[in-house]
Design a protein around this ligand. Structure first.
Ligand code: NAP
Length: 411
């Protein structure tokens, strides 16, 4: 593989992909992007924890620094150089910090571009409670969700034109021939949702629920209003369940009509909820929900909301998964006001690494990371975001990661 400016490490081996499975060596080369803002705080801290966890299970990660965001701009004159996309494609598994997206002004989000260019079609975010993290809920331990958000379509696909542009005017004119009247001073955005993208997302969510013994998959949509996009998402979701997982799934209707409300052993219940209702259900009937699958925009809102239920963005990890490829990143952004202050919580970045380990088949390592983070927070060693609510021993980003590694040694 030829890169313009990158020099891959000489040590380590590549992760391969064959017959639908990753083949992970004991010393994989893993590209990482530090990112913008607090990326420079949380990423180095997280890598130290991941190194320690890898060592504990007899493995070694060979890190390969690649660039996106401001650092990339300084080096390449581009915020997302071709080298970076090539490296992720070649090495298949990568971890990143947050990247800043300027609001308005013709910038497309780098995160969205990475997900779409590499066809990382599912944004998968587990949301569960870690003891010791302050939560606005009375019983936060009831939250145990995995959100599957479609990553490539919806109004997020970046198909939009500003007010007064030639394209917007053309579209407004064209739509008038279909009998649709749109104000001339409108900006226009398009919301495509396809059967293909919906089905592969829901397929992944159902397969995940089956593999991990989860009880239900809920399709979250606004199909009552947007019938042919969000409503179709629901219909195609049910179709996947029926056509591909008939012996492993029951619908909510079947559950009540045929099984008297008692879930048959070894099945996953597939149900759907309208998005606005889903928000309040997550608060009022939290433990009735398990795996959630939804289009892009719903997923964006709901992921942050769900993260808030268990203590906020500092602890919420995430992943972007395609076929044989994954990029792991925290849910939070680059929080520029805290950049370089050794202040913010690296937990979300560290737990994104735990997800990466799991994806690589290093389950034991993943558990070790999660346990050490939990021990650290439970012991009261915390960063400012947790400290301001519950007190304890206030530490910086680096020191928190060091405490996690220390606790790991005691496991
Ligand atoms: P943000 O960076 O996530 O920060 C919002 C607030 O969340 C912070 O002010 C802070 O709250 C809290 N927070 C975030 N990360 C934290 C951490 N590690 N530890 C403790 N608290 C943390 O959201 P934003 O200010 O809306 O976005 C800033 C930039 O990031 C934007 O350019 C946005 O586009 C980008 N972004 C990138 C990604 C990504 O790369 N995947 C994701 C989301 C946003 P307090 O102020 O209350 O302390």
């Amino acid at each position: 593989m030829e890169f313009e400016k990158l020099k891959p490490p000489e040590e380590g081996s590549k992760i391969e992909y064959a017959d639908g499975r990753l083949i992970v060596p004991n010393n994989p080369i893993i590209p990482y992007i530090e990112g913008d803002g607090i990326g420079r705080d949380v990423v180095p801290a997280a890598l130290k924890v991941l190194d320690a966890a890898a060592e504990k299970i007899g493995k070694e990660i060979v890190w390969f620094k690649i660039y996106a965001g401001e650092e990339a701009y300084r080096l390449y004159g581009s915020y997302l150089p071709e080298d970076t996309l090539k490296a992720i494609k070649e090495y298949r598994v990568a971890i990143k910090g947050p990247l800043t997206t300027p609001v308005g002004g013709g910038y497309r989000s780098l995160n969205v571009t990475i997900r779409q260019t590499l066809d990382l079609y599912a944004c998968v975010r587990p949301v569960y409670y870690i003891e010791g993290v302050p939560s606005p809920l009375k019983n936060p331990e009831k939250v145990n969700l995995v959100i599957f958000r479609e990553n490539t379509e919806d109004v997020y696909a970046g198909i939009e034109w500003p007010r007064g542009s030639e394209e917007a005017e053309k579209l407004i004119e064209f739509l008038s021939t279909l009998g649709v009247s749109i104000r001339k001073d409108s900006g226009i955005g398009i919301k495509p949702i396809s059967e293909f993208a919906t089905k592969r997302l829901v397929r992944l969510a159902i397969q995940y629920a089956i593999d991990s013994g989860r009880k239900s998959v809920t399709l979250v949509h606004k199909g009552n209003i947007m019938k042919y996009t969000e409503g179709a998402f629901r219909d195609w979701g049910y179709e996947v369940a029926k056509e591909e997982f008939a012996d492993k799934t029951v619908t909510e209707d079947e559950l009540w009509n045929e099984y008297g409300g008692k879930q048959p052993e070894g099945t996953v219940v597939v149900k759907d909820r309208i998005a606005d209702n889903m928000f309040q259900q997550l608060l009022t009937r939290t433990d009735e929900y398990d795996v959630l699958a939804m289009p892009n925009l719903n997923g964006d809102y709901m992921s942050d909301f769900a993260a808030g239920l268990v203590g906020g963005l500092g602890v919420a990890p995430g992943s972007n998964i395609g076929d044989g490829m994954g990029v792991f990143e925290p849910v939070h952004g680059s929080a520029p006001k805290y950049a370089g202050q050794n202040k913010v919580n690296p937990t979300a970045e560290i737990l994104s690494g735990a997800l990466m380990f799991e994806y690589m088949g290093w389950k034991e390592g993943s558990e070790i990371i999660k346990k050490s983070v939990e021990m650290t927070i439970k012991s009261g060693t915390v960063t400012y975001d947790i400290h301001r609510h519950v007190g304890g021993k206030l530490v910086g980003t680096r020191e928190f990661a060091e405490a996690v590694v220390e606790n790991m040694h005691s496991l």
